[in-house]
Ligand binder design. Structure first.
Ligand code: PGA
Length: 249
């Protein structure tokens, strides 16, 4: 049985004090039957790390460098994230791919480096609107899975969650229909079976992301291949994130 996994990606939002206020609301008013993660921006990680210590709220980062240390102005290394108590890193988010030019190759390097430093990974894949309308969604997502996970062993896969986020559904209010999302999740699960094993495919957690909100979480989570959510906008307020993180499959 796969345990539901709900993750809030705060993106470039929340100062330290805003972050702490939101964490307090989640801890005071939320419950943690599901696995629940929040990924604040780098500048709030230290403060939030202290606030979530000893609680069930898992601390994630939104990105990290391809390198451990050295001449990489503006970058953050996995060593630094570990030092702050970060347990998970989101890699390959479509905003990193589209706005900052991250390729499958770069993302694959980051996946390997994160695992080397014992960071779990939420590995994001998803097609653009043009790709979907061109009938390419399955191919794009499959290629991203194959390239992003190149060289990963079945053992290492247990530290990786896959997030399917159709780019056209992120922050747009448009959600993939639960059927369309589940179809792609199934394609991903089948690919995982081909690359690794049936056991790996049965156990891998695949989140859906793209305008998940309290009003649609139930129908999405009802689908057999959808194991959780990666949530942007609705993760910025306790009143919208708590019903999502508490959703009981
Ligand atoms: P959204 O973002 O929920 O605001 O669509 C999801 C994401 O980008 O992870």
């Amino acid at each position: 049985m796969r345990r539901s996994y709900m993750a809030g990606n705060w993106k470039m939002n929340n100062t330290r004090s805003e972050a702490l206020a939101l964490v307090k609301e989640l801890l005071d008013n939320g419950s943690f039957k599901n696995k629940v993660l929040i990924a604040p921006s780098y500048t709030a990680l230290d403060a939030v790390s202290k606030a979530v210590e000893g609680t069930e709220l898992i601390l994630g980062a939104q990105n990290m460098s391809t390198d451990e240390s050295g001449a990489h102005t503006g970058e953050i290394s996995p060593v630094m994230l570990k030092d702050l108590g970060v347990e998970v890193v989101i890699l390959g988010h479509s905003e990193r791919r589209a706005i900052y030019g991250e390729t499958d190759k770069i993302i694959n390097i980051k996946v390997h480096l994160a695992l080397k430093h014992k960071l779990d990974v939420i590995f994001c894949v998803g097609e653009t609107l043009d790709e979907r309308e061109g009938g390419l969604a399955e191919k794009i997502v499959t290629d991203q899975v194959v390239e992003g996970l190149k060289g990963i062993s079945e053992d290492q896969l247990s530290a990786i969650t896959i997030a399917y986020e159709p780019v056209w559904a992120i922050g747009t209010g448009k959600t993939a229909t639960p059927e369309d999302a589940d179809d792609i999740h199934k394609v991903i699960r089948t690919k995982i079976e081909n690359i690794f094993s049936k056991n790996a495919a049965d156990n891998v957690i695949i989140q859906y992301g793209g305008s998940v909100k309290p009003a649609n979480v139930k129908e999405l989570m009802a689908k057999p291949n959808i194991d959780g959510a990666l949530v942007g906008g609705a993760a910025l307020k306790a009143e919208t994130f708590i019903p999502i993180m508490e959703y009981n499959k």
